[in-house]
Design a protein. Structure first.
Length: 156
C-alpha cells in the first residue's frame, strides 16, 4: 500500500515540478498510477467473482471522469507555480476558485459513483470503493500541497 501511494506521490511531484503539462506525459502518468491504484482497490474492496465484471466496468467509467478532473487539477497547480511570486489578487482569486470547482467536481463524481455502485452492486461495495478513493485523494492532495512554493516546493 505504501509503495503505491509513494509511487503516486512521486509521479505527481514529477509533473508538478515541470510547471508545464505535456498531455502525453500526463496520460502516461495517469496510466501508471491507474494500474497501481487498481491493485490497491483490489486489496481494499471486497468484490465477489460474480460482481467483478460489473464492478470493474463501473471503475473504468469512474476513472475516465476522475482522470479528466485530475488534468484540471494539474493544470491549475502548474499555473499557480508559474505565477508564484507575481500573483495578483485577481489571479490568486481565480486560481483558488478554480481549485474549489475541481474539488466540487470530484465530490460530485464520488456521489454519482457511489449511487450507481450502491444500486448495481451494493452499498457496502460502493462505500468501500469511495472510502479508498477519498483516502488516495487526500494523500495526493497533501503531497501536491506540500509542493506549493509557499510550503517549500518548487518556485519557478
Amino acid at each position: 500500500m505504501k509503495k503505491i501511494i509513494l509511487l503516486a506521490i512521486c509521479a505527481i511531484f514529477a509533473v508538478v515540478s515541470k510547471a508545464q503539462t505535456n498531455t502525453d506525459e500526463l496520460k502516461y502518468l495517469q496510466d501508471v498510477i491507474g494500474v497501481k491504484k487498481k491493485q490497491y482497490v483490489e486489496e481494499h474492496v471486497k468484490i465477489s467473482p460474480a460482481d467483478a465484471a460489473k464492478f470493474w466496468n463501473l471503475y473504468d467509467d469512474y476513472e475516465l471522469f476522475r482522470s479528466e478532473i485530475g488534468e484540471k487539477r494539474v493544470d491549475n497547480i502548474n499555473e499557480y507555480i508559474t505565477n508564484y511570486g507575481k500573483l495578483s489578487s485577481a489571479k490568486a482569486d481565480e486560481l483558488m476558485k478554480r481549485s474549489f470547482e475541481v474539488g466540487s467536481e470530484m465530490s460530485a463524481l464520488w456521489q454519482k459513483t457511489y449511487t450507481k455502485m450502491a444500486k448495481e452492486l451494493s452499498p457496502v461495495i460502493a462505500s468501500e470503493f469511495i472510502l479508498v478513493e477519498m483516502y488516495l485523494e487526500a494523500k495526493v492532495r497533501q503531497a501536491v500541497t506540500e509542493q506549493a512554493p509557499n510550503f517549500g516546493g518548487s518556485k519557478k
